[in-house]
Design a protein around this ligand. Structure first.
Ligand SMILES: [Zn+2]
Ligand SMILES: [Zn+2]
Length: 395
């Protein structure tokens, strides 16, 4: 595959540049919505277009924008009603858009939520414990991507950033389509998968998704990459093997000057010296090492670049362990004693692997294209249209 791939690289890139596919846009994704809420009652109404409603697979009725339905739990089944009439009890209820595009509004009553709007279809089931409802949005892939891009990166970025984010989100989705398959859906709408709070409303988000439709990132073996990203790398990203013990060809440490003046570039945290000493002892540091000496022998710094371990004499501890134990923003910190405290002087926010979001935002403001940004943070990758990818993979 590698040899064949190299032979066709130029041709592939030419095809990629010219192709636009309808393939992915039509592909529905089953997304659990309101994942973090325990929902027992909610209100459904069409926002655009109209819907056909099915109970346990049997057609019940059509509804347009004037329709308002309350869905709740009654006697171990799902109860559907309008304000005037009870409609019935079912194991599943489906709101299917007809004949083409439609969108719906949803508002939880227990617990109370703000109104959210989603594209396409809704399926409602009972969770196995029968005390809460499972809401699944069956949504076109590109509509879902637009919703994720806006949810994950807000409304204030520019088009190149949104294009880059769209490709990342699409790549992540297609590499994780089976993440919740045993639970009856594909992805959730929480940070566990990708945040998806509603459909996209911003035109520049929708345009960015449309412009990059079908584009994903693959490595040199044409496999979808793990599209890792974080808030701010502090000036240098991490090798994936140093954080997750998994080595890839593309998640490699890169120097990054684009993020060092952004919000999350620097942080500081102070803890009592005694707590630090007790902690180090609990991790195996021998007391007669530096505890009996002046504590300033315990300086540790990463001024000349990122380290993997905290080192003090013969004692060493993975920085990611310290980060997790003290809930620090990153592993990119120095440790200095100050009176009865020790001070963590840190850089960056997040695990540091892959794309640095604040750096990428700055790159997009400095007129770098989404392709430039992706190649800066991911090494040896190819941005490819899914259709041409399938074509080459089938050879
Ligand atoms: Zn998830
Ligand atoms: Zn950075």
């Amino acid at each position: 595959m590698k040899l064949r791939f190299r032979k066709y690289t130029v041709l592939l890139l030419l095809i990629v540049a010219g192709l636009k596919t309808e393939l992915t846009a039509a592909l529905p994704v089953n997304v659990r919505i309101f994942t973090t809420n325990i929902i027992s009652t909610f209100i459904f109404s069409p926002a655009e277009g109209s819907y056909s409603i099915y109970g346990d697979g049997v057609f019940l009725m059509d509804c347009d924008a004037t329709g308002i339905f309350q869905i709740g739990i009654e006697k171990d089944s799902i109860h559907l009603k309008t304000f005037e009439n009870d409609i019935g009890n079912y194991a599943t209820i489906k709101f299917v858009s007809k004949p083409e595009h439609a969108a719906f509004k949803i508002k939880c009553v227990f617990p109370l939520s703000l109104v959210r709007t989603y594209d396409d279809d809704l399926e409602v089931r009972l969770m196995p414990d029968k005390t809460q409802l499972l809401l699944i949005n069956k949504v076109g892939l590109e509509s879902y991507i637009a919703g994720v891009v806006q949810s994950e990166s807000g409304k204030t970025n520019n088009r190149e950033y949104y294009k880059m984010q769209a490709i990342l989100c699409r790549t992540y989705l297609l590499a994780n389509l089976n993440r919740h398959i045993t639970e009856g859906f594909q992805v959730c709408d929480d940070v566990h998968c990708q945040v998806y709070l509603s459909r996209a409303t911003e035109n520049k988000v929708k345009d960015a998704v449309l412009t990059t439709q079908g584009l994903v990132i693959v490595d040199s073996d044409l496999n979808l990459i793990t599209a890792a990203f974080h808030s701010n790398c502090g000036g240098e990203t991490c090798n994936s093997e140093d954080v997750w013990a998994i080595s890839t060809t593309y998640l490699k440490a890169v120097k990054d000057t684009f993020c060092i003046h952004k919000t999350n570039a620097y942080w500081e945290r102070s803890i009592p010296l005694i707590d630090w000493q007790v902690y180090l002892k609990s991790k195996g540091k021998k007391e007669n090492d530096s505890f009996s000496k002046p504590f300033n022998t315990n300086n540790f710094n990463q001024q000349s670049g990122r380290a993997i371990y905290y080192v003090d004499g013969s004692f060493k501890l993975p920085l990611k362990t310290i980060r997790a134990d003290f809930k620090l923003k990153s592993t990119y910190f120095s440790v200095t004693p100050k009176g009865n405290n020790i001070v963590f002087k840190g850089r960056g926010y997040g695990h540091g692997v892959g794309l640095c979001q604040e750096g990428a935002m700055q790159m997009s403001k400095s007129n770098y294209t989404y392709i430039d940004i992706l190649h800066h943070y991911y090494k040896g990758i190819i941005v490819v249209d899914l259709t041409s990818l399938n074509y080459f993979k089938q050879e």
